[in-house]
Design a protein around this ligand. Structure first.
Ligand code: ATP
Ligand code: MG
Length: 382
């Protein structure tokens, strides 16, 4: 009679009057993710979204895509049949794979005129599964099959599939992420998306031309991250060149902090011009010399916008686990000539004082450097 996927969104349901706006953003994101896929229609129904499938629907691909959408707590594949016990048994058998997992059948009989009670239906369907070599466990099942008996049809729900959780991208405003090409900053961008932010990117590169960035892992990382936002994003590309020319005047030990302040200053200019509400970095406390509390404080001073550092307190393994899960890890570890490899110091200072950074910047005329760098700004859509 018809197959469907029911999508549940937990946290969204708590959002009071904003709820319908959140639901609409989520539905929109689902439609974008499934563009190109065949289905009958998508509708909102009592705190859930129903995706009605058709005979051409590729259920495996649709499930895979639903797993990349923030705001979905869980979803489940369901099938409708006539409210008749033989039909129900056949439908369950046809649509469940025996992968050795233990199963429990649970029925909810909304139509009390149905000839068998919920308990009897559980037993009858459980019996036929048992006869077909499925393992039954009513106490701690690995898979639950839920049967809902309505007057005009029976709905059979198969196992809950976990979604990403969080909030739908587009529900929290726009931020600008400083993307370096390392492991941490893509994970930081992803975590901000998880809280509903739309993320665009800024990358400072050491090449003679921005063309090298366009064909690099930076673009590849952004494409991968876009899979979680169901939309394209902007990349602001700026050269390191103007600052790099002053390397010898800056001095090895302070170079990293001066570089960070430079990137963050540029990010502030761009964010204000384009209306971003915050800046995101992959900073991780004490992971490397530039990321001590003192250096972060000295760096942060150039920013009047909030700087979000979602991986600040994570252990490296925790960041790597996420990077592997979201498939940015393999891209991040590809070799790339990033600016940090040009920032030469083997032993950068772990405690750069604000006065010292400012003194160096005055000497090298940082404002002019920033101005010249901004003249070379390029914006591309990925
Ligand atoms: P990542 O893995 O993200 O590169 P990291 O541990 O290597 O982080 P750093 O290289 O010290 O850390 O950089 C800290 C943060 O500064 C990065 O996470 C990123 O947000 C920002 N950043 C560093 N280099 C650049 C760059 N070339 N362009 C834009 N942002 C950068
Ligand atoms: Mg880095």
């Amino acid at each position: 009679m018809g197959e469907l996927i029911t999508v549940h969104y937990g946290e969204l349901a708590l959002k009071g009057t904003n709820r319908s706006e959140f639901e609409n953003i989520l539905i929109n994101n689902i439609k974008k993710a499934l563009s190109g896929e065949s289905y009958e229609k998508i509708e909102k129904r009592q705190l859930r979204i129903l995706i009605h499938l058709n005979t051409q629907s590729n259920v495996d691909i649709i499930i895979k895509k639903l797993k990349t959408i923030f705001g979905i707590k869980w979803f489940s594949y369901a099938i409708s049949c006539k409210p008749d016990i033989t039909e129900i048994k056949d439908t369950v058998l046809q649509h469940i794979q025996n992968d050795g997992k233990t199963i429990k059948v649970q029925t909810n009989r909304a139509d009390k005129s149905f000839p068998s009670t919920s308990m009897e239906i559980n037993k009858l369907v459980g019996q036929v599964l048992y006869e077909n070599k499925f393992k039954i466990d009513v106490k701690n099942p690995e898979v639950r099959i839920s049967i809902e008996i309505l007057k005009e049809r029976a709905n059979i729900f198969f196992d809950k599939i976990a979604g990403l959780g969080g909030l739908p991208v587009g529900s929290s405003g726009r931020v600008l992420c400083l993307l370096s090409g390392g492991i941490d900053s893509p994970v930081a961008a992803w975590l901000m998306m998880k809280r509903g932010c739309t993320v665009d990117y800024l990358h400072v590169h050491p090449f003679a031309s921005s063309e090298e960035v366009k064909n690099s892992k930076i673009s590849e990382l952004i494409k991968k991250l876009n899979e979680f936002s169901q939309q394209s994003s902007k990349l602001f590309i700026l050269p390191y060149h103007e600052l790099y020319k002053k390397t010898f005047e800056i001095g090895n030990r302070n170079e990293l902090v001066v570089f960070r302040r430079f990137v963050l200053s540029i990010a502030n200019i761009i964010a204000k011009e384009h209306g971003y509400l915050g800046i995101v970095t992959g900073d991780n406390l004490a992971q490397v010399a530039s990321q001590t509390l003192q250096n972060l404080s000295t760096t942060n001073e150039v920013s009047t916008l909030p700087v979000y550092r979602p991986v600040l307190t994570y252990d490296k393994e925790e960041i790597i686990d996420i990077a592997k899960k979201i498939e940015t890890y393999e891209i991040s570890i590809k070799s790339y000539r990033d600016c940090c490899s040009l920032v030469a110091a083997k032993h950068p200072a772990t405690k750069v004082k604000l006065e010292d950074a400012k003194e160096i910047e005055e000497k090298i005329e940082i404002n002019k450097i920033i101005e010249k760098t901004m003249e070379k700004e390029e914006i591309i859509n990925i």
